[in-house]
Design a protein around this ligand. Structure first.
Ligand SMILES: [Zn+2]
Length: 81
């Protein structure tokens, strides 16, 4: 199991510069219609050469679910009574 994880980590190469990707955290922000969301730290693969960031599916899913929730609430907030 450890060997398998190690080989997977070895295969993780940066698309931009072929540098090696390391497990780290990265900030992430998204500009939406009506609001802007900023995360300070999200688990990610970060290139140790050029700083390119990749988020895994689990993190992307979480972010998308947060955005869906906020989208729905922001729509209500923007309604002028
Ligand atoms: Zn890179």
């Amino acid at each position: 199991m450890v060997g398998r994880l190690y080989s997977e980590a070895q295969e993780m190469k940066c698309i931009q510069c072929q540098g090696s990707m390391e497990r780290n955290t990265a900030p992430f922000h998204i500009d939406r219609n009506g609001y802007h969301l900023v995360f300070d730290r999200i688990a990610a693969w970060v290139c140790n050469q050029c700083g390119e960031v990749y988020f895994e599916e689990a993190e992307v899913d979480s972010i998308q679910s947060i955005i869906q929730t906020v989208d729905a609430q922001v729509e209500k907030l923007a309604v002028v009574a």
